[in-house]
Write a protein that binds this ligand. Structure first.
Ligand code: ADP
Length: 269
């Protein structure tokens, strides 16, 4: 069993790295491909839609997919204060542009990056402290799946409000999610809750729901582990095509099926 500790939310303060943010939220998963980046981007957009100032940091340095999902590109400039200028997501949501930083903006898309521990540590700290985030209510961080290197670096650099763990409902994925939860615990990052992604598919033709990967496994596991369950997101073709076409923000704005569970999760953070 995972022990949950009642962690008070860290007070608004300048982090050691000079970040002006009220809450830093890490989105993690036990393994890749479960929709962690999709959920991280969706959470950031939902929090922003609720009127908060939000930044999105893609710390999944091994497979930075946030730029692709949101259709963002370009090289971040360095300003006169030697701070990296994030790439801004502007859309017609009526909200101010959202700053985004990702290793994907700094390396060629088909280039593999071989990371050594100190380099990883350095780049995460740079993303946190040397980026011109401005003043934020939330910084949502898309973590690399699995291992604890980046989580450890983060926990040392800034006070984290906590982590959201994304998983799919099948048993093997849940086993990996438990490892992710235990990894966050080891580095003293509280667990804000679990999100079940790809939970059931509603056939648009017949209206019948197919539980392709099962359903409800994450909720049951969350109860067992005594961590909050934040909600489930169905398998949604629009979400997949939206992500592939760099239109995730647009799809979420238009599609209530996928938006609502994430909105509910964001409200509970
Ligand atoms: P991860 O960050 O865990 O590797 P991604 O967020 O990159 O996963 O998602 C992997 C793929 O699955 C992407 O093509 C994404 O568009 C798709 N995807 C994620 N969640 C859903 C969903 N609920 N329904 C349909 N496709 C999804």
């Amino acid at each position: 069993k995972v022990e949950t500790v009642d962690h008070p939310r860290p007070p608004a303060r300048l982090g050691q790295v000079g970040l002006r943010v009220k809450s830093v939220i890490a989105v993690g998963s036990g393994k890749g491909g479960v929709g962690k980046s999709t959920v991280a981007a969706s959470l950031a957009l939902s929090l922003r839609q609720m009127g908060s100032r939000v930044g999105l940091m893609d710390a999944d340095v091994y497979g930075p997919s946030i730029p692709h999902l949101l259709g963002l590109s370009g090289r971040p400039a360095v300003n006169a204060q030697k701070k990296i200028e994030p790439i801004m997501l502007s859309d017609d949501s009526g909200q101010p542009p959202m700053p985004v930083i990702s290793m994907g903006f700094l390396v060629e898309p088909d280039q593999a990056v071989i990371w050594r521990g100190p380099m990883l540590h350095g780049s995460i700290n740079q993303f946190l402290g040397d980026t011109n985030w401005g003043e934020l209510d939330y910084l949502v961080i898309d973590m690399p799946p699995g291992t604890g290197d980046v989580a450890l670096t983060l926990s040392q650099a800034v006070p984290l409000a906590g982590s959201v763990v994304v998983c799919t409902p099948q048993e093997v994925a849940l086993l990996d999610a438990i490892k992710a939860i235990s990894m966050f615990h080891k580095v003293n990052i509280p667990i804000l809750g679990m999100v079940e992604n790809m939970s059931g598919f509603m056939c648009p033709d017949c209206g019948k729901t197919y539980d392709i990967f099962g359903r409800g496994g994450a909720r049951a596991k969350a109860e067992e582990l005594n961590v909050p369950f934040l909600g489930s997101l169905p398998i949604d073709i629009d979400l997949r095509t939206g992500g592939d076409e760099g239109q995730l923000a647009k799809v979420l704005a238009e599609n209530t099926r996928s938006r609502i569970p994430i909105e509910a999760a964001a409200k509970s953070l």
